[in-house]
Design a protein. Sequence first.
Length: 483
Amino acid sequence: MKIIFPIVDLFKGENKSIGIMSISSVLKKRGYKAEVVNADYREIKKKIKKNNFTVIGYSTPTVFASYYLELNRRLKKDFPIFSIFGGPHPTFFPEMINEEDVDAICIGEGEFPFLELIQKLEKKESLENIENLWIKKNGAIFKNPLRPLIEDLDKLPLPDHEIYEEAIPFNNWCAFVITGRGCPYECTYCFNHAAKKLYHQKGEYIRRRSVENVIEELKRIKSNKNYEFIRFFDDIFILSEKWVEEFSAVYRKKIGLPFSCLVRANLVKPNLIKHLKEAGCHTIFMGIESGNDHIRNVVMKRKISKEEIVTASKLIRSQGINLVTGNILGVPGGSFENDLETLRLNIKCRPAWASVTLLQPYPKTEIHELVKKMGMVKDKEIDLNKYSFSRKSALIFPNKKEKRKVENLQKFFGLIVEFPTLWPLMKLLINLPQNIIYEFIFSRWVNFCWYFRVFPPKIGIRKISKQTKIYRFFYLLLRKNKF
């Protein structure tokens, strides 16, 4: 039984699914082999022909759902391959089982449901009663209940980083790691509150791996000399001060690679940030989201004060850690003036990079319900695939001029925070129509910050040089072969 997982923009190394790594490790322990491949029809077609794959699995965020569905339709017409969709989108939109050529979806945690599916496919047993899975058979849909959450994460085999190392050996310098599952907060733009409801009375929702277990994974990562940086993807890395203190001491002695993590302002404390710095933390991501108290705490339900945000920023910067703030513009119930409050708060916090997106309200989040009530979407729905997190808002604004100003402000936001004296000029530019120059300025600034603020500069310089050569090589190869 052979399994293949398509990944959008695999060669960039930025869309590594930690869920796929975990599923692959469970499969590998039972003797099954999985591979990842770039989510390109021609590449996958060649792979299937060569290796006779029998199962194709899609780890599906909402923004890629339409792309994966279309890709799957094309592949299913050519091959008798079993398709299953897992991840955030099918978890909260299980109705995608009704889509053409979707054989199954996985709701919630996928390690053991996927393993059970593979075992039953191999034995040619009935698939109708696998918990967490909805199965389509002869037009009928079998909707199975959720199994309990995996409460002891240490019992899972260590994530399979090799599945990516084998597929993209030239771009594995940054490892993605998660140390726990679940978030206790209920921000309205996030799926977390829906996930908690989904798993109500199905086990402890907030779980964390032991320090020993995480360090063991990191030792394996470090043994591959290509890795130079660790990105911890926990929703909030500092939920437990005791855990962070223990982890930092061991990490400093046994791992020592620079890393980044995500924090929440009201949990930031002096000793905690000191421990992270001593361990080798280079960058901290922290959400500000909005500078307006009502938008931040009522509309978004962040429940964090400006004082906590400013204090946390000072503590992080005082330890020499690069601070990256997260911000959202164009929030329903807000205005352009509210977005300027966000700009001013960021200038006060002085981050190494003020990253910023336009609100894209995912269906089935609380903020999406608010958007519908306010009439800010047509037909009560949003096709998020028409929008980019860097370009346009998916919402209908009462005033088209204000929408243009908000969208243009996003393009210059980071530069203004970095150079506040530019504001008089930018104030004029944001009133003009959108254009390719604004897009270019925005994308160049984002790239600069990723390589020289998120990562240590010496890593950024090497990787830009290396990737430029690699992409040039593949470009010339493709041109030569006329693909």
